[in-house]
Design a binder for this molecule. Sequence first.
Ligand SMILES: Nc1ncnc2c1ncn2[C@@H]1O[C@H](COP(=O)(O)OP(=O)(O)OP(=O)(O)O)[C@@H](O)[C@H]1O
Length: 252
Amino acid sequence: MNQAAVRLRSVTRSYGTGDNAVTALDQVSLDIPRGTFTAVMGPSGSGKSTLLQCTAGLDRPTGGQVFLGETDLTRLSEKKLTLLRRRRIGFVFQAFNLLPALTAEQNVGLPLRLAGRRPRRSEVLNVLEQVGLRERAGHRPSEMSGGQQQRVALARALVTKPEVLFGDEPTGALDSTTSREVLTLLRTMVDRGQTVIMVTHDPVAASYADRVLFLADGKAQGELYAPTAEQVAQRMTALSAIPSKTSAVASC
Ligand SMILES: Nc1ncnc2c1ncn2[C@@H]1O[C@H](COP(=O)(O)OP(=O)(O)OP(=O)(O)O)[C@@H](O)[C@H]1O
């Protein structure tokens, strides 16, 4: 059995044509083992969000293959891809994207309703308990802090027991103390077997991961295992010094 939760094979994503063409991802290949925490870092415009979106089936690569377990996402119809995202993938974003009129419990139960199931109260409360918010089940987002709202968003992403949880800057809108709480929670989920892939600009956030993948100009630029924030910051400084294709053209 293949232990990789996700495999990318020569994944390319281009936008536009001719002189206006941009290659956001350029032949990226990688394996993400199950039960690991991966951070994706790189300078602005290096392709991090594109990588996350292609890997999560939110965007289609223009070349190459993306596997979730044994499923090749690039071969799925839109309908099957939508179902796969609902059933097998979880997301957390920088903006918490909770529905303001719904309580925490109702927000967390929503993905189950979308999947055509009536949520059992106990399963929703269990997930809220995992993020330390069981007693806030009846509160609406406006009655909670930013960190609590992101924990509800995390519970909502986890309620379907996704194979992979994707985070696009999940701590980007939080202060450093609250960020640490959310990152510790993500780390705990991974230590219990969850696979997490997170895009971040923050070396401290990346230091919670098992592995940091670096991107520049759409290309994989190496990785760090068991990273410290200092090591990550150093690599980022070195990467930012590489002139990108677009800035090289702009400066001609
Ligand atoms: N829909 C699009 N149309 C055209 N170009 C795009 C589109 N989306 C992204 N790009 C380009 O692809 C490249 C990679 O973008 P992407 O958003 O993946 O980078 P990023 O590393 O996530 O950046 P940031 O850290 O600033 O969010 C950039 O040059 C961007 O301008």
